[in-house]
Design a protein around this ligand. Structure first.
Ligand code: NAD
Ligand code: UDP
Length: 336
């Protein structure tokens, strides 16, 4: 039976996607080098679904290891999450980011070509809209980047686009995620960052659980209703389901298609803090700090292409996103 290769399937979004693919009846194989995740997340996917997961601890840059997977398993599509994702780190270590994200994708695509595998769903990001597009972001706006991480997403989208032009049978969907948060309802899998979190939700969660003292809110003088930054936060479960719909779409449609996965609504930092306080039942200590360099005031998706092409839309609410994040934090205060 043909299977789906999920790269980065032990990570935050990938682990939730594994659960959704298994629940939708797709046989999966996971490749992850565990550079930013733990094998425990594979055990937890198994616990949630009651199914055994075929897992290869391997690096996507290792052509022999990737080839071995294609030899041993009948892979007919790839859902590609693996990569480094920290914007600040990418500025400090650009070569590492280009080598892992682009180099790794390159190896994967070459081996897909060797084995005649022509379907890929790729984890892109709203970061490809750069600094200058008006909101809400629509898929046909020009893409650009402001840091090496963002450039890896812009370039991989371009590579996929070019392959689709060269091969009329190739199909690539680039899912442009907005801000994924939340966790599985079981509390067994969720976001487990190494070190001090850069992103808002894991930071708030660690303040709530007592691991960090205080949240710094980066600026309250933006041109937004309460002055704090606005983003389109999307529940990771909704996001995971979007991948199942995207893979079904890709199987039916050749060519390159970028699709936003967001709710279409913006939420401010202060609104998020208050929603989390409600979910965890305690105050979140915060202070107003300077703006973070490189931040934009607001972004959110135009989510109509996903509705039209994938029949997908976000269903979770701000309340459930915070409740589910909090359940995961409480059950796993020290991560997985
Ligand atoms: P994550 O770090 O939790 O997951 C990525 C996984 O890829 C990790 O398990 C890591 O061990 C693995 N990996 C990294 N390099 C690898 C390599 N060379 N070989 C094999 N495995 C490797 O990150 P995530 O939040 O789940 O993000 C998944 C994807 O979505 C990434 O491509 C990321 O850039 C993209 N994305 C994430 C966000 C977000 O806010 N989380 C937003 C937009 C896009
Ligand atoms: N933010 C904040 N304090 C933090 C982390 C983030 O005020 O410790 C703000 C940030 O300025 C932005 C929003 O929260 O307005 C989301 O930031 P995150 O880094 O999670 O996502 P991104 O900026 O990449 O969309």
């Amino acid at each position: 039976m043909s299977k789906i290769l999920i790269t980065g399937g032990a990570g935050f979004i990938g682990s939730h996607a594994c659960v959704e693919f298994i629940n939708a009846g797709f046989p999966i194989v996971v490749l992850d080098n565990l550079s930013n995740s733990k094998e425990e997340s594979i055990r937890r996917i198994e616990k949630i679904t009651g199914k055994t997961v075929t897992f290869y601890k391997a690096d996507m840059r290792d052509a022999a290891a990737v080839r071995r997977i294609f030899e041993e398993q009948q892979i007919d599509a790839v859902v590609h999450f693996a990569g480094f994702k920290a914007v600040g780190e990418s500025v400090a270590k650009p070569l590492d980011y280009y080598e892992n994200n682009i180099g790794g994708t390159f190896v994967l695509l070459q081996i897909m070509r060797e084995y005649g595998c022509k379907t890929i769903v790729f984890s892109s990001s709203a970061t490809v809209y750069g600094m200058h597009n008006p909101i809400p972001y629509v898929e046909d706006m020009p893409t650009s980047a402001t840091n090496p991480y963002g450039y890896t997403k812009v370039m991989i989208e371009q590579i996929l686009h070019d392959i689709c032009i060269s091969d009329p049978e190739f199909r690539a969907v680039a899912l442009r995620y907005f801000n994924p948060i939340g966790a599985h309802k079981s509390g067994l899998i969720g976001e487990d960052p190494n070190g001090i979190p850069n992103n808002l939700l894991p930071y708030i969660g660690q303040v709530a659980v007592g691991k960090l003292q205080q949240l710094s809110i980066f600026g309250n003088d933006y041109d937004t209703p309460d002055g704090t930054g606005v983003r389109d936060y999307i529940h990771v479960l909704d996001l995971a389901k979007g991948h199942v719909s995207a893979l079904k779409y890709a199987k039916e449609h050749a060519g390159f298609m970028p699709i936003n996965l967001g709710t279409g609504h913006g939420i401010s930092v202060l609104e998020m803090v208050h929603a989390y306080e409600k979910a965890c039942g305690k105050p979140i200590s915060y202070r107003i700090a300077d703006r973070r360099p490189g931040d934009i005031s607001a972004n959110y998706a135009n989510a109509s292409r996903a509705k039209e092409l994938l029949n997908w839309q976000a269903e979770e609410t701000l309340e459930t996103m915070c409740e589910d994040s909090w359940r995961f934090m409480q059950q796993n205060p020290n991560g997985l």
